[in-house]
Design a protein. Structure first.
Length: 67
C-alpha cells in the first residue's frame, strides 16, 4: 500500500469530521465508477453534442413530470 499526504481545504475536512459517513473509501468507490464510465464511453458512438441533446431531453421530461 502506498502512503500519501493530501492537503484538502479546511471546510471539506470539517465536513468529513461532522459527517462520519464520509469516508476515504468514498474516493475508491468514485474511482471505480469513473473506470466503469470510461469503459462504457469507450464503446459509445455518440458524439458529445448528441449526448448533450439526449441529456437535456431527459432533464426536460423530468422537470415536466415534477412541476
Amino acid at each position: 500500500m502506498v502512503t500519501m499526504t493530501v492537503s484538502i481545504p479546511e471546510v471539506i475536512y470539517n465536513e468529513m469530521q461532522i459527517h462520519s459517513e464520509l469516508k476515504w473509501s468514498a474516493f475508491e468507490k468514485k474511482i471505480k465508477e469513473l473506470h466503469w464510465m470510461d469503459k462504457v464511453l469507450a464503446k459509445s458512438r455518440l458524439t458529445e453534442t448528441e449526448a448533450d441533446k439526449i441529456s437535456h431531453s431527459i432533464k426536460r421530461g423530468i422537470r415536466k413530470r415534477f412541476q
